[in-house]
Design a protein around this ligand. Structure first.
Ligand SMILES: Nc1ncnc2c1ncn2[C@@H]1O[C@H](COP(=O)(O)OP(=O)(O)OP(=O)(O)O)[C@@H](O)[C@H]1O
Ligand SMILES: [Mg+2]
Length: 584
């Protein structure tokens, strides 16, 4: 009996300590509020995030997802309320911008995940690089040496290398024969892995990820899904990718109307639940409207009737209390994307001949040829992501090829949506003034009408462009393209950052476009519904750069047919010398 009681006491003890541990590891958000000018982004948000769970943050473009993550990590301020995190907890972040470390070596980027060590390492290198090494420098160097050793500086590079290889990168990805490679030399799927290694460097207790699947091909996304499912600590991830959210999330936090509502379960569960709540809200609204109509009729009929006037007054009060405004369904909206060419396109569109291009000493394109016809909507697919972007950059005169030529037809005019658009937004111009730069007509109403289609109305159109969210920047770039009147649209992964409503709108806009489109995307449905021709850049298999990309598999057919085509399968097997699964 005694034993049993002791056993039970022990159980309680364990339970209690676990409970305390969970409390200590929890992130608690209390009465959080934030507004920008008139607009309130969050109002009185209360949430708790507990270890072992994966929370998916969802919401329309501009709803405040990235801002919320920045508040959790302490990078952004809030107006009111509190975020408390267990003592000694380490938060690591993978930001929405995958191009922020382009000029840094890959290994350095990983070590930056531990800022204190990174700073000491840098200062140490600078001191040792000095030609006139003073006594003071000597003293500082010895201090730095001690700190460097204590923080594990000697092992850091090896650890970073181990993390990278665990995440599927080869040594050749970060080290060539004579030098360290830079982030700019990696394609986006490798960049994300390096940024994840950065986040994991130093064992975080809480991992915050902002749209990690952007720029990842399908295989890398499944790899990330498995990685997160095995990650034992707290994960909070922003994403618009339904499949990904379903695979990894134990909970969903929906941001809408300045509130963040927590649901248990994955995305599909949230979807069912939100549909049901919306139905209930609509029913309630209908009932309220009916009741209001009856009350109004009664008040109108009997307001001047002395015997019923008291009843009329009391019904007036009921009517005032009836909350017709506050039955919110959803604030998610569809933008409108319509592209009208200024002139019809002629027969000669674009001829590309023997393009060669190297990047940081590595061959990216070898003897690439392509002729584009007037009805083409070409999707560029396959694993050679850097080569695809290089073709787009060259033909839009953004970079110069090493050799080769390209000839645009006389009737053509192009508009380009590059993969990396942040250079366009380093400005404090308002959205309206920003767009005016690209408009043939400077009239305010004309410009505002394009912004309205992209869901920037009223004061929203006066925001400075440097504060825009990822998806809002994409919508601005699309408005710029809509104004261009171009008859050739070139888009390098336009679906990244966009919410589902915006992807659907862009999809429809491009399907209806009567000109030529050259594009790529990781969204299967988007490619399949727009493209009538598929071009896959594959290793060229000739000369001394035999493995360099440049040859093409080229078929006038939709994507699903391309995937099933036996002759394509044979060509792919020969090009890759093994069966390479097609990735986009
Ligand atoms: N300093 C600021 N002044 C005014 N508005 C701002 C400021 N900073 C951010 N915003 C606005 O706050 C909103 C939320 O931005 P945030 O980047 O958090 O959105 P998001 O939900 O991550 O969107 P996306 O899905 O497009 O990445 C946006 O409309 C943005 O323009
Ligand atoms: Mg964002």
């Amino acid at each position: 009996m005694l034993l049993r009681t002791e056993g039970r006491a022990f159980h309680w003890y364990c339970f209690f300590t676990c409970f305390l541990c969970i409390l200590a590891l929890m992130i608690t958000v209390t009465d959080l509020s934030l507004g920008f000018g008139e607009r309130s982004l969050f109002k009185d948000v209360n949430l708790k995030f507990t270890p072992g769970n994966c929370y998916g943050i969802i919401g329309a473009n501009g709803a405040g997802k990235s801002t919320f993550l920045k508040i959790l990590s302490g990078e952004a301020e809030h107006d009111k309320g509190e975020v408390s995190i267990g003592k000694g907890e380490r938060i690591a972040v993978l930001r929405q911008d995958h191009f922020a470390f382009e000029e840094y070596p890959v290994i350095d980027t990983v070590i930056m995940g531990f800022p204190k060590l990174y700073d000491i390492r840098k200062e140490r290198e600078t001191i040792y690089a000095k030609e006139d090494f003073s006594e003071e420098d000597g003293l500082r160097a010895s201090e730095l040496e001690a700190d460097f050793a204590e923080l594990g500086g000697w092992e850091a590079e090896a650890q970073a290398g181990q993390l990278l290889s665990g995440l599927g990168l080869d040594e050749s990805d970060y080290q060539s024969v004579d030098r360290e490679k830079l982030m700019s030399e990696l394609d986006e799927s490798r960049k994300v892995r390096v940024l994840l290694a950065q986040a994991l460097f130093g064992n975080p207790d809480i991992l915050l990820l902002d749209e990690p699947t952007n720029g990842l091909d399908l295989e890398s996304i499944s790899w990330l899904e498995e990685f997160l499912m095995d990650f034992p600590n707290t994960v909070i991830v922003v994403s618009h990718d339904r499949h990904f959210l379903n695979a990894v999330c134990t909970h969903i936090c929906d941001i809408d109307f300045g509130k963040i509502t927590l649901y248990s379960g994955n995305y599909d569960f949230w979807y069912q639940m939100s549909q049901m709540l919306q139905r209930q809200a609509r029913d309630l609204q209908k009932k309220n409207e009916e009741k209001a109509r009856e009350l109004r009729e009664f008040i109108q009929r009997f307001a001047s009737n002395a015997s019923k006037s008291r009843q009329a007054t009391s019904r007036k009060k009921v009517l005032e209390k009836l909350d017709l405004e506050n039955v919110h369904v959803t604030s998610r909206k569809f933008p409108y994307a319509g592209f009208k060419p200024g002139r019809e396109i002629g027969n000669n569109v674009l001829r590309i001949e023997k393009l060669c291009f190297d990047f940081e000493g590595a061959p990216v394109l070898r003897d690439f040829n392509l002729t584009v016809n007037r009805n083409d909507k070409i999707a560029f697919v396959g694993i050679e992501h850097v080569s695809k972007s290089a073709v787009f950059d060259i033909i839009t005169d953004s970079v110069k090829p090493a050799s080769g030529d390209y000839y645009w037809g006389q009737t053509t005019s192009f508009s380009y949506f590059p993969k990396e658009s942040s250079v366009f937004f380093n400005s404090t111009l308002s959205i309206t003034d920003w767009l005016r730069q690209y408009s043939p007509d400077e009239d305010e109403t004309y410009i505002r009408s394009f912004l309205g289609r992209m869901l920037f109305s009223g004061d929203e159109a006066l925001k400075p462009v440097n504060v825009l969210s990822g998806g809002e920047k994409v919508r601005c770039m699309l408005a710029k393209m809509m104004l261009s009147g171009a008859n050739v649209l070139i888009l390098d992964e336009p679906t990244n950052h966009l919410d589902l409503e915006a992807i659907t709108a862009l999809n429809h806009g491009l399907e209806a476009f009567p000109g030529v489109i050259l594009f790529n995307s990781h969204d299967h449905e988007f490619i399949n519904s727009i493209a009538n021709r598929i071009v896959e850049i594959v290793p060229s298999g000739n000369g001394k750069d035999g493995g360099a990309p440049g040859a093409v598999i080229d078929r006038m057919m939709p994507f699903d047919d391309y995937l099933r085509d036996d002759s394509v399968k044979a060509l792919r097997a020969a090009a890759y010398r093994h069966t390479e699964r097609l990735r986009i």
